[in-house]
Structure formats: structure tokens, C-alpha cells
Design a protein around this ligand. Structure first.
Ligand code: PAF
Length: 280
């Protein structure tokens, strides 16, 4: 496992592998790694000859300055966790390396980023697209791996790949959960003890909601989920919405879509958590 920080080094090394016909798998991350990230790395290792993990906390995707400042950074632990994962290269660039000058590109994702995270975190997905397109340009992976917890991010990245006519295959990997059901997230590290104890209610509620499709309308089910979670004093639902998996547009009635996902964002104390479950 080799740690690299300069664009020229990583480009040179990866082009040597490419010339030898090796395929490249890529897992972009913002560090503060957990077993969810490791599951992406393991999948990449099982499918690609050479695996690259990037660790870069991307400032352009944070619409809230204090969120960027407080985002957990654990580089030493990250490297330790990656040591036995089978990854070949860790790419840890500086901000100047990625943004030698401000990135002024504006992506048009149509309706995809007008809902959910896009609506509540203006500019977030533009920043994600900026950094992921730059990283793809540097690593030129055959495959790139993303977790389904960030379901809307996956849709945005797939759309970006189409728009920029990139050759990379985007692979989505299932959410990895703690034993109490809480979706693994770097932000879980920031939860205060009492809030952490409340947080599993999010997934418990979503799981129970899946069994209520036959008895409740879409509107009633949304109301039930929001009320059930808001009953806990540490949790406040920012949004819960049932959307079509492809268009990400909200459904009003169950027959409106053949593949429905319920996506949620919850304020857990000072921390914002997201999660999702499929409904059919
Ligand atoms: O999902 C993340 O960790 C980030 O949004 C990503 C894809 C690494 C871009 O900074």
C-alpha cells in the first residue's frame, strides 16, 4: 500500500499499470473511514487488478462552513484500517493540488438535484460533481464504487458520467449498518452519547414503515414516519420522501412507480444523518 499526494505521481504510476493491461478500481472518500468504506474497497479489490482509494475532504460540496470545519478527520486511523484491505494506492491530495484555482463549473442536473439533499443543501451536488470529475480525470478508473446510503449522490454521479461521456462504470454498494441498524457514516463519530442511543430509531422506523404499505396511503405513511421519529427528543426529521428510484421525483400514490425508495434526513442533536430503504 503506497500513499501518494501529487497528481503527476499517481497519473504516472497508474498509466504504467494501464499499459500492462491492468484494470483500475477507485473508491473516492472523504476519510474518517468505517466498515462501510471498507466494504467498497473489498468489492473493488475483488473486481479490479489495482485499487485506489482517495481521501480528500472536498470544500466545494459543503454549503455550511461549520460542517466543513467539524467534519471528522482521522488520517492515521484511516491508513491503519486500509492496511489489510488489499488496496494498492491511497491518494491524499492537498486542496491546492485539486483546486489550483477555483472551480467555476456549474453542472445542470435537471430535476435530479432539485429534491432532497439538493434542495436542503444548495450547491452540494455541484461540488460533488466538481471533485468527482476531477478525481476521475486523475485516476481514470475502469470502475468506481459508491455507497447506496448517498442514493441521490449515486444518481447525480451516474448522470455526470453520461453528461461528460466518461468511460467509468459506476458501481453501487449496499448500505452497511451498525448492529443496532444505524447506517454507518463518518458523521456518527460526532454524535453525543444520548443522541447516538436514539439514532437507531431512524432505521427501525423505516423498516417498520415498509410493512405498512398495504394499510397506509403515501401521505399517511410519510406522516407516520415523521411523527414516530420526531417523538424522540433528540431527533428531528428534516425531510422524509418517497421517490422513484430513477427520476428521484416524489410519488403521490403507491402505483406511481415500480421502484420506490424512501429517503430521509434527520437532525440528530447537532449532526445531520441520512438513510434510505427500498419500498418495493
Ligand atoms: O461520498 C463521499 O464521501 C463524497 O461525497 C465523495 C464522493 C468522496 C466526493 O467528495
Amino acid at each position: 500500500m503506497e500513499v501518494l499526494s501529487s497528481i503527476s505521481d499517481i497519473k504516472r504510476i497508474l498509466s504504467e499499470h494501464r499499459i500492462k493491461g491492468k484494470s483500475i478500481g477507485f473508491v473516492p472518500t472523504m476519510g474518517a473511514l468505517h466498515l462501510g468504506h471498507i466494504s467498497l474497497v473489498k468489492r473493488a479489490v475483488s473486481e479490479s487488478d489495482i485499487v485506489v482509494v482517495s481521501i480528500f475532504v472536498n470544500p466545494t460540496q459543503f454549503n455550511d462552513k461549520s460542517d466543513l470545519k467539524n467534519y471528522p478527520r482521522t488520517p492515521e486511523l484511516d491508513l491503519k484500517l486500509l492496511e489489510k484491505s488489499g488496496v494498492h494506492y491511497i491518494y491524499m491530495p492537498s486542496e491546492l493540488e485539486i483546486y489550483p484555482e477555483p472551480d467555476t463549473r456549474v453542472f445542470d442536473f435537471g430535476q435530479l438535484d432539485k429534491v432532497m439533499e439538493g434542495e436542503h443543501r444548495p450547491g452540494h451536488f455541484n461540488g460533488v460533481a466538481q471533485v468527482v470529475s476531477k478525481l476521475f480525470d486523475i485516476v481514470e478508473p475502469n470502475r468506481a464504487y459508491f455507497g447506496q446510503k448517498d442514493f441521490q449522490q449515486l444518481a447525480i454521479i451516474r448522470q455526470m458520467v453520461i453528461m461528460l461521456k466518461l468511460k467509468v462504470e459506476i458501481i453501487s454498494c449496499p448500505i452497511v449498518r451498525e448492529s443496532d441498524g444505524l447506517a454507518m457514516s463518518s458523521r456518527n463519530l460526532l454524535l453525543e452519547t444520548a443522541v447516538r442511543e436514539s439514532a437507531p430509531l431512524i432505521y427501525r422506523t423505516l423498516s417498520e414503515a415498509r410493512n405498512k404499505v398495504k394499510e397506509l396511503s403515501v401521505k399517511e405513511l410519510i406522516h407516520w414516519v415523521v411523527t414516530n421519529i420526531n417523538n424522540d427528543t433528540h431527533l428531528t426529521v428534516e425531510y422524509f420522501t418517497l421517490v422513484d428510484c430513477l427520476t428521484l421525483q416524489p410519488i403521490l400514490n403507491w402505483p406511481d412507480s415500480e421502484s420506490i425508495i424512501g429517503c430521509i434526513a434527520v437532525r440528530a442533536g447537532k449532526i445531520r444523518l441520512i438513510d434510505n430503504v427500498f419500498f418495493n
